[in-house]
Design a protein around this ligand. Structure first.
Ligand SMILES: Nc1nc2c(ncn2[C@@H]2O[C@H](COP(=O)(O)OP(=O)(O)OP(=O)(O)O)[C@@H](O)[C@H]2O)c(=O)[nH]1
Length: 222
């Protein structure tokens, strides 16, 4: 007989949006993560979505990944992407200072649209295999990561380095947040029942919501 403590945890489903300037490697990172394939050619994206299942710390997670357009002509759709996203991969190329700069506006827009400063974000410095063309120091990227309280990964879609890690980190943030909300709901239900029932718990109800706490500052390189 299965032990009484055994609980089957259902899969969680999350919407993840990959954002960043044109040509930084958003499609290549996503294609490596979902299909294990490397794309050499550059074909600007309009919008591609992928669905994949991953296991994170023994929990099944279904990810709906939206690979967005970096080029100006398609940016009108960004508000819609941002509304639907629960977690964001903000990608720049280590070979382009301006691509890091572009993330500043994107992050501000996400926070404004989601009305949430703690929205799960991972900052990704891609093309780490092109070290000889590096324009963004690791220290600079890490200071941005600390300021935004979001982890930083240097990836190479070409070599597949750190590709799984940046998606896994985002999943962990999303799971942690989901767990906190579930506990908050249980907590609220418990006190609501106590108050409705026998008057128990009166005056004991806590007003504060669970805080997600600060994320670990993390900087992962090749
Ligand atoms: N050396 C190297 N090249 C890369 C890497 N990632 C992407 N590229 C190349 O950069 C070009 C652009 O990659 P995409 O993935 O299409 O870029 P994107 O960010 O999706 O571009 P948009 O669709 O215009 O937003 C392609 O020619 C890729 O082969 C990488 O990690 N290393």
């Amino acid at each position: 007989m299965a032990p009484r403590s055994y609980h089957h945890q259902p899969s969680r489903e999350f919407h993840v949006v990959v954002l960043g300037a044109g040509g930084v490697g958003k499609s290549c990172i996503t294609a490596q993560f979902v299909h294990n394939e490397w794309i050499e050619s550059y074909d600007p994206t309009i919008e591609d979505s992928y669905r994949t299942q991953v296991s994170v710390d023994g929990r099944q997670v279904i990810l709906e990944i939206l690979d967005t357009a970096g080029t100006e002509q398609f940016v009108a759709m960004r508000d819609l992407y941002m509304k639907s996203g629960q977690g964001f991969l903000l990608v720049f190329s280590i070979t382009s200072k301006s691509s890091l700069q572009e993330l500043v506006g994107l992050r501000e827009e996400i926070i404004r649209i989601k009305d949430d400063v703690d929205i799960p974000i991972v900052i990704v410095g891609n093309k780490a295999d092109l070290e000889d063309q590096r324009q963004v120091d690791r220290a600079k990227a890490f200071s941005v990561s600390q300021r935004w309280n979001a982890p930083y990964y240097e990836t190479s879609a070409r070599t597949r380095s750190n590709v799984d890690e940046c998606f896994t980190d985002l999943c962990r943030q999303l799971l942690r947040r989901d767990d906190l909300w579930a506990r908050q709901r249980e907590h609220d239900d418990y006190y609501a029942k106590a108050e409705d029932g026998h008057g128990q718990g009166q005056g004991r109800r806590k007003k504060g919501r669970w805080k997600s706490g600060r994320r670990d500052h993390k900087c992962v390189i090749l």
